[in-house]
Design a protein around this ligand. Structure first.
Ligand SMILES: C=C(O[C@@H]1C=C(C(=O)O)C=C[C@H]1O)C(=O)O
Ligand SMILES: NC(=O)CC[C@H](N)C(=O)O
Length: 649
């Protein structure tokens, strides 16, 4: 490769004052590995739509944007607002250099840290985990939430030198990163090795890469046995499924074909191994719109995503800055039609920030119903360790050789554990549980059984509605989604089918949202107009029929279960903390818990024979379901959805 001499270029970056970005995409090794060196001017903008992709003459140009977490306000979501700018490096020059040459030119003298440690103590973090499980998941606020803590230290070094030193250290000591990068702008340094691509768009193909499930390597490194044990963990498996569901909601919002999943794969890093899926679909949206619709990943926020922002604001006391935002590279693609730019956007995790002599390395863990508080504490240490080890804040991992190893033998690159047949088998077997609808290519002909009819989906702040809408379209329905606050009676009365959606919270509350959903359900049933009520709306419907609502002993947030739905077994995904409950044994009947208030004499109840938990209801013109037929966890989702709609219509 020809090009400028890496050492003089690095020297200029170090000595100069202009902003720059260094990006190493893909695996650390390999002869054709490169580093992209980007320089240009910095512009701070307010909104994603303001990212200046065109110059004054209307010519497409390349832009690298640092998108802070506070940008969720664009979606109407809440956050602690620190005013972190949406910072754009409008690229004037791009140079691509061989990685080895750049590495050799980067500084390596250690950067001293002072007063290093976590801002939130381990015990305090464990308490937060307990509170989130009890007060959020335990009150139906959602299935999984990511709460962060920050490793902080004082740094008395030149920020540019620190940036280049840490960038080198990450290239040397971390592996498996999607992007290793250093972004230096006035007064702000961000250096990281992020494993996770949030979203990319290339030639009309959108890809998302949910990563969840974290295996902390034991001393001496991961082995097939220890990894297999991790892969068998229900918690880790369900955690990954939950974030795939949440990202499929985003894919269904931006892709005409909803998105298809492949995987699971392993992401093997220096001290951790993660599990991941890839989601792919087609979209011709402007990449800035794709980014807005997908802000931000559930793997770093939670689900349902909007309420996760509220939960984060309740349990984190300081603003996130860029943590869990993205670095978004918009590159002109020269296409004559469609979007002018491709997008590549890693999530800003495993990243060190240096501002005003303070180092900050934020890190979070996904908290789910069966999280162990100290397990999650350990996970935050494990995730921070990749960056902290590389920058010398904690000891670097020294590879431990087996006792019988020949110390003089050349160090062989270890075979990826993903190639171990037992591991490959364990990974592949995860898909047996999942919905074929989201795994297989879908034929998009739209001539399903309900063609010619309209559906209105009412969103109660859980974007499972986008997946439902996609499935409804697949079944032939002409489908529109409307937010609960925007739905009019005229809209409600006009649709052939109303699908009243799921949502966070206690269905017995009297918030404006719950009242609005009660109105939707009440109006459709009173008029005997076809209604399908899902999860929260199913609970609201049950309540209106006099069936009692109560919290489950243990939340079913992100749980897969095979249940009887009116005489057919169906494997369905559940995301509920509350349940409607009839007297056990009363599988189909009229006598419900508050027996004499039943308003529909021909109500059918599909309930658990042991607990009396109501899984589905049907009556004249309506059907409802506690589970999420749209979830990847619902292997029998499509079939059951079609049956219930056929009944309601
Ligand atoms: C939240 C972080 O990482 C995310 C959470 C993961 C998990 O909980 O298993 C795994 C990878 C990332 O998607 C972080 O590094 O701060
Ligand atoms: N997904 C949902 O609609 C959940 C409903 C309700 N918030 C519960 O937890 O039970």
């Amino acid at each position: 490769m020809t090009g400028p001499d890496p050492s003089s270029l690095i020297h200029d970056l170090l000595a100069g004052s202009a902003p720059f970005a260094l990006i190493a995409r893909g695996p650390a090794a390999g002869e054709d590995a490169t580093v992209e060196v980007l320089t240009g001017d910095v512009v701070d903008v307010d909104l994603l739509a303001d990212i200046p992709l065109m110059d004054a003459a209307g010519v497409a140009r390349e832009v690298l944007a640092l998108v802070p977490y506070r940008q969720v306000r664009e979606r109407g979501f809440v956050c602690h607002d620190d005013g972190a700018p949406l910072r754009c490096l409008v690229i004037g020059e791009r140079v691509v250099l061989p990685r080895a040459g750049v590495m050799a030119s980067l500084p390596s003298a250690p950067i001293a840290l002072e007063g290093a440690g976590f801002d939130i103590a381990d015990e305090e973090y464990a308490d937060i985990v307990r509170r989130v499980i009890a007060e959020e998941i335990g009150r139906g606020e959602g299935a999984n939430f990511v709460i962060r803590r920050d490793f902080v230290a004082g740094v008395d070094a030149d920020p540019r030198a620190a940036a280049l030193t840490w960038f080198r250290a990450l290239l040397e000591h971390e592996k498996g990163a999607y992007w290793t990068f250093a972004i230096v702008t006035d007064g702000h340094v961000a250096v990281g090795a992020s494993p996770e691509a949030h979203v990319s768009a290339r030639n009309g193909v959108v890809t998302m890469n949910p990563i969840s499930g974290t295996f902390r390597h034991p001393a001496g490194g991961a082995t097939a046995d220890t990894l297999a044990e991790f892969l068998r963990s229900t918690k880790e498996t369900e955690e990954l499924f939950m974030v795939v569901d949440e990202e499929l909601k985003m894919m269904s919002a931006v892709c005409s074909d909803g998105g298809r999943i492949t995987g699971p794969h392993l992401k093997e890093m220096s001290r951790l191994t993660h599990t991941e899926y890839m989601l792919r679909g087609r979209s011709d949206l402007d990449p800035r719109d794709i980014l807005r619709e997908t802000m931000f990943a559930p793997t770093v926020t939670g689900s349902p995503m909007q309420n996760a922002c509220t939960v984060i604001a309740r349990h984190e006391t300081t603003p996130r800055g860029y943590y869990s935002g993205v670095a978004a590279l918009f590159t002109p693609n020269g296409n004559a039609e469609g979007p002018t730019h491709d997008l590549d956007a890693p999530i800003l995790i495993r990243t060190a920030y240096l501002v005003d002599g303070r180092l900050r390395v934020p890190v979070g863990a996904t908290l789910v119903r069966h999280s162990d508080p100290y397990g999650e504490v350990g996970e935050t240490h494990g995730k921070a360790a990749g960056v902290l080890g590389a920058i010398g804040a904690i000891p670097r991992d020294v590879p431990v050789l087996p006792a019988d190893a020949d110390p003089d033998a050349p160090v062989a690159e270890r075979r990826p554990l993903a190639e171990d047949p037992a591991i490959a088998e364990l990974l592949a077997s995860r898909n047996d549980r999942l919905a074929p609808f989201w795994m297989n290519p879908q034929d998009p002909d739209g001539s399903g059984p309900f063609a010619g009819r309209t559906a209105l989906v009412v969103d109660a702040e859980d974007r499972f509605t986008t997946m439902l809408a996609h499935q409804l379209r697949h079944l032939g329905l002409d489908t529109r989604i409307v937010h609960w606050a925007d739905v009019s009676d005229t809209d409600l009365d006009a649709a052939d089918l109303v699908v009243s959606g799921p949502g966070p919270g206690d269905p017995r509350d009297d918030t404006a949202r719950m009242e609005a959903m009660r109105h939707v359900v009440g109006r459709r049933t009173a008029r005997r107009d076809p209604l399908l009520a899902v999860c929260l709306s199913h609970q609201i419907l049950a309540d209106s029929l006099g069936i009692e609502l109560m919290p489950l002993d243990r939340p079913h947030q992100g749980l897969q279960k095979s249940v009887d739905v009116f005489g057919e077994d169906a494997s369905i995904g559940f995301y509920n903390t509350f349940t409607a409950r009839v007297n056990p044994g009363n599988r189909r009947g009229l006598s419900v818990a508050r027996g004499d208030v039943v308003t529909h004499v021909d109500l059918e109840v599909a309930a658990d024979p042991e607990t009396g938990d109501v899984y589905a209801l049907r009556g004249p013109g309506f059907a409802s379901v506690q589970g999420h037929l749209e979830s990847i966890l619902s292997r029998d989702g499509m079939r059951t959805l079609e049956r219930l709609i056929a009944h309601a219509l």
